[in-house]
Design a protein around this ligand. Structure first.
Ligand SMILES: [Zn+2]
Length: 74
């Protein structure tokens, strides 16, 4: 068992490096953020998938995302 987050792309077992924050305005309130994780290889593919639907809000490094969320907790 590992705590290392894994890329959300189908069939990919690579370590995640990026966090894609997204929101579907049809089902989520505007401030809600869903997240997908992506390795270097799949960041662009997953960003495009969300981007063409108008869902993509933010792409940040996983390390920065974790820092931001732990800062918010404190
Ligand atoms: Zn991947």
């Amino acid at each position: 068992m590992s705590d290392t987050p894994i890329c959300s792309a189908k069939g990919c077992r690579a370590d995640a490096v990026w966090v894609l924050a997204w929101n579907n305005p049809k089902i989520h309130t505007p401030e809600r953020r869903k997240t997908w994780l992506a390795c270097e290889e799949h960041r662009e593919h997953l960003s495009q998938f969300l981007g063409v639907r108008g869902f993509l809000k933010d792409v940040v490094l996983l390390t920065e995302w974790e820092e931001a969320s732990s800062a918010a907790d404190g």
